[in-house]
Ligand binder design. Structure first.
Ligand code: BF8
Length: 678
């Protein structure tokens, strides 16, 4: 090949390695912004996904790099036959052991992330209770009174034979101290475990998987999965369960509760979603990450008259705050602040050229943000001592609860000062949708519980009579290895078409909002007749936004309320329900999946799971676990097949409860009924 041809071929090759915007996402805003980035010569995750292929052996879960004799790589042989599998690492570790250790380390990392977030919240709550900070307060004392008994903290006191309410500050201090102890107490078990339905708690107890304290369970996995320790994949999975329960019924659940106590328990509110929420004539600030400790203060600072007036002095009409990732869900559900996008849209928010500051804390933050920010005027500000960036255009302003408002105002002022520095042409996609967000255990009870009963009675009744076929939790991330948002949206539409009420969190909730599915009007367009009738009568969307990823615990507690209300079994595994993370990518998703499975939920993931190199281990997760916990893992990348696996499971549970016939009756149309009457 001539030199000239070689250069042309290399150029074509390079050109070909850019993502096709239409293939990369189903979201028009995202497509437009990928094209815009490419036009400006800026590389994004979508391009990198095209140019870098994943490692085939890692994707099978059978690459072991826990000691320096490896990495030992054990791909599945073409002629694999169980019983004749002789694959071994240098130490003799089998494919099952390697895949189980890798899986366990994902559970540990995911649990650590959620639970360390929970610990930060508990620390701030302790400061509030000790009156060491004035920037945070107890906004919802009712929620504090509601959770105190679970921490074995009395809410009343006997004085002279009379029962009196205890001082709320005293209760707060005791709850804060008890909560902090959950991370490292020397004996006992996590206090929240008893919130689960009793048969479930008893099963965990019998199986020896009650978590002792949160940190210990994470350390246990890191120890047992190191070189030469646990060599029995079933025993490794047992510890996965114990650790994941410390997440779902421990660290993450405390994060949700204590956030509600300090920042308010969400209730349904109206907002907007997708990148079109950014405004050319406003100072645009994007908060990205996870902990509302930061974002709550940024919200307050942005809404302060002082900052609004200051923005006007710079020629801006106001301040537009928006969120990315779970922080977006946190400030959406409590303040109605509109999200600008999901995990995969983070770079694109800067590409608009209108982002004065992106303020990040922990988790799901791309290091490449710094490279994108360099091409614009955007100030990229890290705020967490644990999460700094090496690039020199990144500013670190460490956030501290003792001077939180001061820090927040400093950040907001920096963004406002940056408004006049825009250098690229602004391009904000004209795509946004109205949404209702902010549902939770309490508001589902209020909206679906019936005026008189104030319980989950009406929801249960509608599941029993078949108008609602069942419940689905659709949660989790985006993954650049699949078309952005396609699986979330296709799956959710298929579920509601089949009368399955969807509860959503995390980036899935952001995707649903960004595609206009979080409105009551969605019911008439997409729902089956039963679910549409309920949504229209009650005035709720068929897809309920329940918050961020730590708020998956709201789904567990809502399911527990379903059991308490009666008629749908005695344990979570009895409910016609299923869970899904169709575009997962994070280790946190694996921790969440494992605690749902261990709580009795059939849990389906999309994309693919790193298990195919170890068929026996995979079979244990996908089949055997159901006999132990009532829940099991499954994986199906095709969203329609995925939906129908969930629906088939829901129907199986309806049959077991003896309510399958009710649904057939409910869905008869008028002609069927007339025929019957005749
Ligand atoms: O915790 S859904 S991409 S943002 S990991 Fe990350 Fe996944 Fe989004 Fe929130 Ni959850």
């Amino acid at each position: 090949m001539s030199e000239e041809k070689k250069v042309t071929a290399a150029k074509v090759e390079k050109e070909a390695k850019k993502a096709d915007p239409i293939e990369a996402s189903i979201d028009i805003a995202t497509q437009q912004m990928i094209a815009r980035a490419q036009q400006l010569g800026i590389e994004t995750v979508f391009d990198r996904a095209v140019s870098m292929k994943p490692c085939n052996i890692g994707a099978q879960g059978t690459c072991c790099k826990i000691c320096n004799m490896g990495p030992c790589r054990l791909p599945l042989p073409k002629d694999y036959e169980q019983g004749k599998d002789e694959r071994k690492g240098l130490c003799g570790a089998t494919a099952n052991t390697i895949a189980a250790r890798n899986f366990a380390r994902m559970v540990a990392a995911g649990t650590a992330a959620h639970s360390d977030h929970g610990r930060s919240v508990a620390e701030v709550f302790l400061s509030v209770a000790r009156k060491e900070t004035h920037d945070y307060k107890i906004k919802d004392p009712q929620k504090l009174l509601q959770i105190a008994p679970w921490f074995e903290v009395a809410t009343t006191v006997e004085v002279d034979g009379k029962t009196l309410d205890r001082d709320i500050d005293e209760i707060a201090l005791e709850v804060a101290e008890k909560a902090m102890a959950e991370w490292g107490k020397p004996e006992g078990e996590l206090l929240y475990l008893k919130r689960a339905p009793q048969p479930l708690y008893e099963r965990w107890k019998k199986l020896g998987v009650l978590p002792r304290n949160i940190d210990r369970e994470v350390v246990d996995i890191m120890h047992r999965s190191t070189m030469g320790v646990d060599q029995d994949y079933k025993n490794i999975v047992k510890q996965c369960t114990r650790t994941a329960l410390a997440d779902g019924w421990g660290g993450a659940m405390m994060a949700t509760d204590l956030q509600d106590v300090m920042f308010g328990t969400p209730s349904p509110l109206q907002s907007e979603a997708n990148m079109g929420i950014m405004k050319e004539d406003h100072v645009n600030i994007i908060v990205h990450g996870h902990e509302p400790i930061l974002s709550e203060m940024i919200v307050a600072a942005c809404q302060s008259q002082e900052m609004l007036d200051y923005a006007k002095t710079k020629g801006a009409k106001g301040i537009q705050l928006g969120g990315i990732c779970c922080t977006a869900n946190e400030i959406l559900q409590r303040h109605g602040i509109p999200p600008a996008g999901t995990f995969l849209q983070q770079e694109l928010a800067i590409v608009t050229g209108a982002c004065e500051a992106m303020v990040v804390d922990v988790q799901c933050v791309f290091q490449n943000l710094a490279n994108v920010a360099k091409c614009f005027h955007t100030k990229l500000i890290t705020t967490h001592p644990m999460a700094k960036m090496e690039q020199d255009n990144v500013i670190h302003i460490e956030f501290n609860e003792h001077h939180a408002m001061e820090d927040a105002k400093r950040i907001v002022k920096m963004a406002i000062d940056n408004f006049t520095n825009r250098r690229a042409e602004v391009m904000i996609p004209n795509v946004k949708h109205t949404q209702i967000a902010g549902f939770g255990v309490e508001s589902i009870e209020y909206h679906l519980g019936g005026t008189f009963r104030g319980s989950y009675y009406t929801l249960n009744d509608n599941i029993i009579n078949g108008r609602i076929r069942g419940l689905a939790g659709v949660v989790g991330c985006n993954n650049a290895r699949t078309k952005h948002n396609e699986a979330h949206i296709t799956l959710i539409k298929e579920l509601i078409k089949n009368d399955v009420l969807v509860l959503t969190t995390g980036c899935s909730a952001l995707a649903a909002g960004g595609h206009g599915l979080l409105t009551p009007e969605t019911a008439a367009v997409y729902c089956g007749p039963g679910l549409a009738e309920i949504c229209e009568t009650v005035g709720i969307p068929p897809v309920l936004h329940l918050g961020s990823c730590v708020d998956n615990t709201r789904i567990l507690l809502a399911a527990t309320e379903v059991i308490k209300a009666g008629g749908l079994g005695k344990d979570l595994q009895d409910i016609p329900a299923a869970g899904s993370a169709p575009e997962w990518m994070s280790e946190k998703a694996i921790a969440i999946g494992q605690y749902f499975v261990a709580s009795g939920v059939y849990t389906l993931f999309g994309v693919g799971m790193p298990l195919d190199g170890a068929p026996q281990f995979k079979n244990y997760l996908f089949n055997e676990l159901e006999k132990i916990y009532g829940g099991k893992w499954d994986c199906e990348p095709d969203p329609i097949k995925h939906a129908h696996k969930m629906i088939a499971h829901i129907d199986k549970k309806r049959k077991e409860l003896g309510i399958d016939k009710a649904r057939e009756r409910v869905l008869m149309d008028m002609a069927d009924r007339q025929a019957l009457e005749a």
